[in-house]
Write a protein of this length. Structure first.
Length: 206
């Protein structure tokens, strides 16, 4: 008699890495992107949109920190976290520029840098380059810009009042060093990408 039929049937294992606090935070941040756009363009509430964008920017590092601190790193989280960060960054900047709350040249400089660096990284990865860690200048630049654009929104919402002028100067005080750090990080990535592609090529030859 085949005793395999007597063995208990076990349910397929569930990847608990999908259901983690960091992943939940990333999903919430993604869901807040339409809310930001609705506040800014449907409700025309720059003040609320600015505070929401600032809070989302402040939580940029939270999901990653929790994942590392409490050993909740998952494969989907490695994709979900940076995806939420990039989408929030691009949509936030794009929304502020469309609203004309920030100088066009400043926003376009940020967007061009993001497209060039992001496109280069994606192309190099497709050719076998290993993932390159974000540099210190890159982290500081992104963090500064995630606060700069909400401050531009706040300044626009408050107009020529005392607080409006205050947030306008705060935006420049944050934005100029941030964009400088972002451009420095772009230069830093160039030799890293070349080395990564060379390593990938040698690996294929070997």
């Amino acid at each position: 008699m085949d005793d395999s039929r007597l063995r208990p049937v076990t349910a397929p294992a569930i990847d608990k890495g999908l259901f983690t606090v960091p992943n939940l935070i990333s999903v919430v941040r993604l869901c807040c992107i339409p809310l930001f756009l609705w506040l800014l363009f449907a409700r025309h509430d720059r003040l609320a949109a600015a505070w929401l964008l600032a809070v989302l920017g402040a939580t940029d590092w939270v999901d990653g920190w929790i994942a590392r601190r409490f050993d909740q790193v998952s494969e989907i989280g490695k994709i979900l976290d940076p995806t939420a960060d990039r989408l929030l960054f691009i949509v936030g900047i794009g929304g502020v520029l469309i609203d004309r709350s920030a100088p066009l040249w400043f926003g376009l400089l940020v967007v061009v840098r993001e497209v060039l660096v992001g496109g280069t990284m994606a192309t190099a990865t497709a050719f076998g380059m290993k993932r390159i860690d974000v540099t210190w200048f890159g982290k500081c630049g992104t963090a500064g810009l995630m606060f700069t654009f909400p401050m531009f929104l706040l300044a626009k919402a408050l107009g020529t009042s005392h607080w409006g002028r205050f947030w306008w100067w705060c935006a420049w005080a944050s934005g100029l060093p941030a964009i400088a750090f972002s451009l420095i990080s772009a230069v830093e990535y160039a030799p890293k990408v070349r080395a990564g592609l060379r390593e990938a090529r040698l690996g294929r030859i070997g």
